[in-house]
Structures are given as structure tokens and as C-alpha cells.
Design a protein around this ligand. Structure first.
Ligand code: BMA
Length: 827
């Protein structure tokens, strides 16, 4: 430990890999058992005599009794809370036995549900494939909710110690938390000074005297204090002159300041706590529109984040737990995901409420890389109990998590839950699929309010610097429609779950989109590792197990037939589904970015997977980039050039997310598939920071030669200014009708100082050119591009998870080079 019982059983060879085939179903017994962890700790006579003796568990998963030398000393009901057990007087010099009895989470949830007199409605199926009740009990246990099955996830309800645990013996107090507030003085983008108001929370086992010393940015403040037994708050101020501000990725640097708090007891004992801070102001601006928005024609409320006084458009995606078995999430894997996000110009990630408050390494990396975090509290698609015990657990959890995380500059917002309000307002009305009774439906709004108000109260008390947002999606209040597009955040699912065409996205003009997504299959390699060869077909017995969205395969196949030529084999089908996914999300993001400042954020669903599965992710379980992640690198680029098709015309837009003005020149061109230029015109634009503007509209008639059909050409636009480049294209008909020709490409591998580079040049238009180095984990930066004839591209090879330099000659690498394109996937 830290870890899960499941993964330990797998490592010991007691159970097979739960991800392989349909193994998950045969492993359901694991979460129906109680498990026991035993450890012998040897302690010295000195430690056995210390004033403070505490067993500290940062996270017990989940229902547990804790025993020391055979006597029960503590318990746990919530995996999201720290458990501190006072064991003073119970330790003896020499061997001590610590035993943690982990109770079956599934049985606990079921017993709670039947013990109580009402149903907490929850979406998604409970052990759906084993044919057990469809009614979910997961809401009754404070545990990762998606471990009870989700529309992309396995049912593996783990047990274990999932964060670190330790025995602390000392005469010094425990520093339970250290929190700061910042007061910025001077211009918001360049303050002269930041005053840090620091609060340390000390837990002392006995009254004692000493000094508390705080250090930050070379400044030291200290105060003599007399501690009482129990909790003590010590406050101080540190003044930082000429502070260096922390910015989200793409807006500036991410300098971090170390803050250290040291208790120096007069008895000679010390304790310390250190963390890193980023100096920034952040505000969520929700202001009533003075007049109907010129974009939507409706008046509503803004919804945008202002960092250091500057409005920033949020670009990013939703994050789920990165592995169904958390112990397999190494820091290297976290680093890979976060680096991949910033490589795709993301500046925000939403830690979704059906998962977990992430491990420290996640937030540390977000701080370092400038990725803001939309942090949900861990409740999703369910109605949560309003029993006093449950509310008590939830508020304690919020206190602990907010104290733990609030100093991370990356955290932008606290949000109550995922889609629970939508459930109360829409899904769980009588007559719906949830079979809610009228009595239940009458009760639900009150229950929801009670739970959320308690959470809000705890959150706001612990962190007055951030907004508590009621639910995602919501308009910010209990009243009205949580899916209101004129205010608040929205989840837009009509294109996936509703089966509407991609163009439907263009009709939606929200203020901030925190979810919308489209599925695809992962890479064939990813599937081959968990699916036997004879099952390699999207709708086979095993493959359907690796597709959890009830309509998933139907929608992938239907929409492929709607947009794309039909792929020739299973591997090509997987890749074509990824192209289709990329096109769906590209349509939405480009549109919502064009709407800036009316719309100020677009986070797609979802960036990662927790096992190998067909899903909405842009990177698969192994961190392999799907076509969507490459496309994100283009559609999230700081200068977006985009082509909007409307009626029989195309408009060129430029959207500037950079913090400085741009003076741009370029051109719009239409080209035949064979590579002949048909129409060309110059483009010029000056853009203010944050400006998005339509530059030019050209009717089809001009883009085409007389007698030509729109399917015969593709339009390319490019704008350039200084070292900023934006480029893009649009087809005028669905890809399936485009007379794509056999690619005439040369793709040559070179070796530079920083590694391999692919030089790509084509004579005709090559849609979705894809290259890889077989057997190597990595990607070419620029991959899956629609190649413009005559244009030279240089794509760097970016290895994944590589610690040492690759020992591979150019000749060897060349033998591994594989290329394909839309044409090759279908013919
Ligand atoms: C969203 C999420 C998840 C779900 C996804 C895909 O609304 O919040 O609950 O996995 O849709 O259906």
C-alpha cells in the first residue's frame, strides 16, 4: 500500500487482469468481500513516550475499522477524508500490530440503501451486465462513483489505502493545514506588491510554547505562541515586493513560490509544512448582460474567468480517474497526460464529479504547466442522501479537500456536482426511465438543496477566494433551467446522445461549454492487448464489453456512414472513427471560439480513459493520442483561423487568444483534389488581444470554376504575423463524397539533434495523413493533418514515457515508419 486490493491480487497472480476480455465480470466477488491489511510497526521506547502519537491515513478506501494491537482505535466511512487516529497510550515499545479491516463497499452501499426509508436515485447501471438490479446504490457511499460502472467504465469497486499512511510520534504539534490569501496591490497585470495572509492550523497534544516561523520568497515572519491542547490557528502576514505573477498556459509564465511553516517548540521539537504558491488573482465573472447579446440575440449573463485582470478563454477537456486501479497511476503517466494537454494548448481541465479529488502530483503538475482546474466535488448523476450522517461526511470531506487544495494556483472554481441538478429538474420526474414515484419527486428538490447548501457553506467558509458554482451544468442557482444557454455553463449532448448532425453545434450559442463529446475506438494496438484476435469486430462479444455507452456502436457506425467513406477493415474502422470524432469536436470548438467574448470556454468530454474502451476520450488508456488530440492541437491554437460554411458561402474568421495584438497577412485559396489552385485572394487583419472577427465572406460561385461541383475543391486559409501562424481548411461537402485521390506524398524521416523528424510533402490534397513509428510509444507533432499540395511540413517525433535517449539508428527508425490517410483507410 498505497494501493488497491484488486491490483495486489493481480500482481500476486491470484486474479487475472480485470481489463482483459470480459474478466471484469468474473471478478465481481472481490468487492463483495471484506479484506484485511496487517502490518507490524516497531517503535523505539522514545517514540512510545512522545506526547503526540497518531496514525494518519490520507485516504482509506473506504469503509474500514482500524485496530491497534487487537483493539479498535478508529474507523473510516469516506475515502475522500483524512483519518487521524489518536493512539496515545496504546503503543508499546517494540512490535505493534496495525490492522485495517476493509468492509465490502458494495455490501455497505446496499445495506445503507435498504436501511433508509427512501431511495437516492442514481443514473447509470449497477452491475448491469450481471443482470442485478438496475437501481444504483452508489450514492450511499463516499467513494469514487464511477467505480460502480459508468458509460465508459468498468465496475471495479476497490478497497485499500489509496493515499499515504504513517505513524507520527512527536512532542511537536501536527501542522494540519497551511492556507494563504493574497492581496494584490497595484495594477492587476503588474502588481507592485502582494500581501500573503497565512493561516496555519496546528493540532497540539498538550499546551506548549514555541515560535512559528513562515518563509516565502526570501521573507521571514515569526511569532511566539502559546498553544492550547487541540486546534490552534496561527496567522501571519508576509509581504512580497515586485511579485512575479502566475498565468494560465498561453498567457504567461508559471513562477511558483515556496512557502514554509516551521514550528520550533521550546522543548526542542519541530514540525514543518511546506507548499508552493502561485501569485495570481482569479475571478469568475457572471454579470448580467446590459443588452441582448449581438451573438445570440438574447440577454443573459456572462460566464468567464479573469486571471490577473485579463479575461481568458478556457480551452480544455474533462478528466476522469486515469486508471480504474489507482495504484497503476505513476507520476510519469500523470506527467504524460498533462504535458499532452498543454501541447494541445489546453489551459483548463475539469476534474469531473464522478471520479476523485486527484493525487497531489496532478495538481502540482497543473500548477507547473498553467492548467487551470475546474474542480467538482465528488457527486455525479445521482441524488445524494440528506441524512445527518451523510451530510456530516460530505461537509468534513469538503473542509479537508478545500484546505488541502486551496493554495494551488491552478484551482479556478469549486463546483458542487456533476449533473445532479439536471437529474432533479429533468431526469427524475415521474414517468421517466428512472421510475421515480410522485412522492419521491416531491421530495427530491428539497433533498438536493439541503445537501448542496451544506456543501456550499463548508466550501465558502474554507475558501472565500473562489466561487462555489452550484452544479455543472447550471445557471448558478436552484431556480430555472440548469441547461439555460444564456447563462452559466452547459453540457451539450444533442450531437452525440441525440444523434444530431455535426452542424447542429453551429446553432448553439452558450456562454461556456463544460461538456460535449463524441466517441471513437482506440488504436488497434490498445485493443489487441485486451481482445482476442477472433473477437476483433466492433460488435463482437468481447468488443461490446469494451463499449459501455448503450447507443455507442450504433452511433459510431451511423455517423461514420453519414460523414465518411466506409473503412475497409477493423483497424481502419478504428482510425476512421477517430477522424470522425475529431471532426465533430472541431466543428463545435471552432464555432464556440469564434463566438468569443459571448462564449468564453469550451471543455470537451473527455481527455482520458480508465481502461481500454471505446469512448469519448482524446487519449486512450495508454496515453496514445487519438486523431482528436492532434486536432485539438490545431483547433485550440492561440491564433485560430477558421472557415465557416453557411448556405452557399464560406467566411474566414480569425480569433486571437494571445495577450497581445496581431497584425496578420495571408490568403484564402480553393484547390482541386489534384492540387490545382482555382481561386486565390489576399487576407489582412489586425486583431486586438482576445478579439474574434469575421474577415471575409466568399460565395461558392467564386471559389469554384464554372461548371464545377462544390465537392471538387477544398478551401485553405492561412494568416501570419511575426512568428504567429494560423491555418485551416474546409471541405464544402461531407468527406464521403469528396473525390479523394490516391496520395502522392513523400514522407521522409530525418534525424536532428532533438530526435527524429518527418518531412512531408504532397502533390495532391491528402486528407488526414497519419504517420507512426511502429512499436514505439509516441506521436508525430502535426499528425492527422489535411495536407495542402506543395506545402512542406516538418513533424517532430515526440516520444511518450521515455526516460533515456532512444537507441535507434535512423535506418532502424525508417523501417518502422508506417503511414496512412483517409484514402488508404477506405480503399
Ligand atoms: C456526461 C458526463 C458523464 C458521461 C458522459 C457521457 O454528461 O457527465 O456522466 O460519462 O456524459 O455520456
Amino acid at each position: 500500500m498505497p494501493g488497491t486490493v484488486h491490483y495486489h491480487l493481480q500482481k500476486l497472480g491470484k486474479i487475472p487482469d480485470p481489463f482483459y476480455g470480459r474478466n471484469e465480470l468474473a471478478l465481481q466477488w472481490v468487492d463483495e468481500q471484506d479484506w484485511e491489511l496487517v502490518k507490524t510497526i516497531r517503535i523505539s521506547p522514545k517514540d512510545a513516550a512522545q506526547g503526540r502519537q497518531e496514525l494518519v491515513f490520507d485516504g482509506i478506501d473506504t469503509i474500514a475499522e482500524i485496530f491497534l494491537n487487537g483493539k479498535k482505535v478508529g474507523q473510516s466511512f469516506n475515502m475522500f477524508r483524512q483519518v487521524v487516529v489518536d493512539v496515545r497510550g496504546k503503543l508499546k515499545p517494540g512490535a505493534n500490530e496495525v490492522r485495517v479491516l476493509l468492509k465490502s463497499p458494495t455490501r455497505y452501499a446496499w445495506s445503507q440503501a435498504s436501511k433508509n426509508h427512501y431511495r437516492a436515485n442514481a443514473d447509470k447501471d449497477f452491475k448491469w451486465e450481471t443482470g442485478e438490479s438496475r437501481e444504483s446504490r452508489r450514492a450511499w457511499i463516499r467513494k469514487v462513483q464511477c467505480q460502480f460502472g459508468w458509460d465508459w467504465g468498468v465496475y471495479l469497486a476497490t478497497s485499500g489505502l489509496w493515499r499515504s499512511s504513517r505513524l507520527e510520534c512527536s512532542d511537536a504539534p501536527r501542522i494540519a493545514s497551511l492556507q494563504t490569501r493574497q492581496i494584490h496591490l497595484g495594477p492587476p497585470e503588474k502588481p507592485n506588491r502582494v500581501i500573503l495572509k497565512v493561516t496555519a492550523r496546528l493540532q497540539a497534544a498538550s499546551p506548549q510554547e514555541g515560535a512559528m516561523v513562515f518563509q516565502c520568497g526570501g521573507q521571514v515572519t515569526s511569532a511566539r505562541t502559546r498553544l492550547k491542547r487541540g486546534e490552534n490557528l496561527i496567522r501571519a502576514e508576509v509581504c512580497l515586493e515586485k511579485p512575479k505573477l502566475w498565468w494560465p498556459a498561453g498567457q504567461g509564465e508559471q513562477p511558483l513560490y515556496g512557502l514554509e511553516a516551521v514550528w520550533q517548540g521550546d522543548n526542542g521539537d519541530t514540525s514543518r509544512f511546506s507548499k508552493r504558491l502561485g501569485l495570481r488573482t482569479l475571478e469568475l465573472v457572471t454579470a448580467k448582460d446590459a443588452a441582448p447579446s449581438s451573438t445570440s440575440g438574447q440577454a443573459g449573463e456572462s460566464f468567464f474567468f479573469k486571471v490577473n485582470g485579463r479575461p481568458v478563454f478556457m480551452k480544455g477537456a474533462n478528466w476522469i480517474p486515469a486508471d480504474a486501479l489507482i495504484d497503476r497511476c505513476t507520476p510519469e503517466r500523470y506527467r504524460h497526460w498533462l504535458t499532452s494537454m498543454t501541447e494541445a494548448h489546453m489551459n483548463m481541465v475539469r476534474v469531473w464529479g464522478g471520479g476523485q479529488y486527484e493525487l497531489d502530483v496532478f495538481y502540482d503538475l497543473c500548477d507547473e504547466m498553467g492548467v487551470l482546474v475546474w474542480q467538482d466535488f465528488m457527486m455525479a448523476c445521482a441524488l445524494y442522501p440528506d441524512t445527518p450522517e451523510f451530510i456530516e461526511e460530505l461537509t468534513e470531506e469538503a473542509r479537508y479537500q478545500v484546505r488541502r487544495l486551496s493554495d494551488h494556483p491552478c484551482i479556478a472554481i469549486w463546483c458542487g456536482d456533476n449533473e445532479d441538478l439536471g437529474g432533479v429538474k429533468h431526469w427524475w420526474l415521474p414517468g421517466g426511465a428512472a421510475q421515480t414515484t410522485t412522492a419521491e419527486a416531491r421530495r427530491y428538490p428539497g433533498m438536493y438543496r439541503k445537501v448542496l447548501n451544506a456543501l456550499k457553506g463548508a466550501c465558502e467558509a474554507e475558501d472565500p477566494t473562489r466561487r462555489f458554482w452550484l452544479s455543472s451544468p447550471s445557471n448558478g442557482s436552484f431556480e430555472g433551467d440548469p441547461d439555460d444557454t444564456t447563462r452559466g455553463d452547459v453540457h451539450y449532448w444533442k450531437v452525440w446522445h441525440g444523434g444530431k448532425p455535426f452542424s447542429d453545434y453551429l446553432t448553439v450559442k452558450p456562454r461556456f461549454v463544460s461538456e460535449f463529446g463524441f466517441q471513437s475506438f482506440p488504436d488497434l494496438k490498445t485493443l489487441q492487448a485486451v481482445v482476442p484476435a477472433k473477437e476483433m469486430n466492433p460488435s463482437s462479444w468481447v468488443m461490446e464489453h469494451h463499449q459501455r455507452s448503450p447507443q455507442g456502436n450504433l452511433l459510431i457506425t451511423n455517423t461514420l456512414a453519414r460523414e465518411m467513406p466506409i473503412p475497409k477493415d477493423f483497424g481502419s474502422f478504428c482510425l476512421a472513427s477517430q477522424i470522425n470524432q475529431a471532426m465533430a469536436i472541431r466543428t463545435a470548438v471552432e464555432h464556440w471560439r469564434r463566438l468569443r467574448p459571448h462564449c468564453m470556454g469550451s471543455l470537451f468530454w473527455q481527455v482520458n480513459d480508465l481502461w481500454p474502451v471505446a469512448s469519448w476520450s482524446s487519449m486512450d488508456y495508454h496515453g496514445r493520442w487519438k486523431a482528436l488530440h492532434h486536432e485539438a492541437q490545431r483547433f485550440f491554437s492561440p491564433l485560430l483561423v477558421s472557415l465557416e460554411k453557411h448556405g452557399e458561402a464560406v467566411s474566414v474568421w480569425a480569433t486571437n487568444d494571445l495577450p497581445h495584438p496581431l497584425v496578420l497577412k495571408g490568403r484564402l485559396e480553393s484547390v482541386t483534389w489534384a492540387g490545382k489552385s482555382v481561386f486565390k485572394t489576399g487576407l489582412e487583419a489586425s486583431l486586438k488581444p482576445g478579439e474574434s472577427r469575421r474577415l471575409l465572406t466568399v460565395p461558392f460561385a467564386k471559389l469554384l470554376k464554372k461548371g464545377m461541383h462544390p465537392r471538387e475543391i477544398l478551401c485553405f486559409a492561412r494568416l501570419e504575423g511575426g512568428n504567429v501562424i494560423g491555418e485551416n481548411y474546409t471541405a464544402l461537402v461531407p468527406w464521403k463524397w469528396a473525390p479523394v485521390e490516391k496520395p502522392q506524398v513523400t514522407a521522409e524521416l530525418w534525424q536532428g539533434k532533438e530526435g527524429f523528424k518527418l518531412h512531408v510533402l504532397s502533390r495532391n490534397i491528402v486528407p488526414f495523413f497519419h504517420a507512426e513509428l511502429e512499436g514505439l510509444e509516441g506521436h508525430f507533432a502535426g499528425d492527422w493533418k489535411v495536407l495542402k499540395p506543395g506545402e512542406k511540413y516538418v513533424w517532430n517525433w515526440v516520444p511518450h514515457f521515455q526516460k533515456k535517449p532512444l537507441k535507434l539508428s535512423l535506418a532502424q527508425a525508417k523501417r518502422r515508419l508506417r503511414v496512412t490517410s483517409l484514402y488508404n483507410l477506405c480503399r
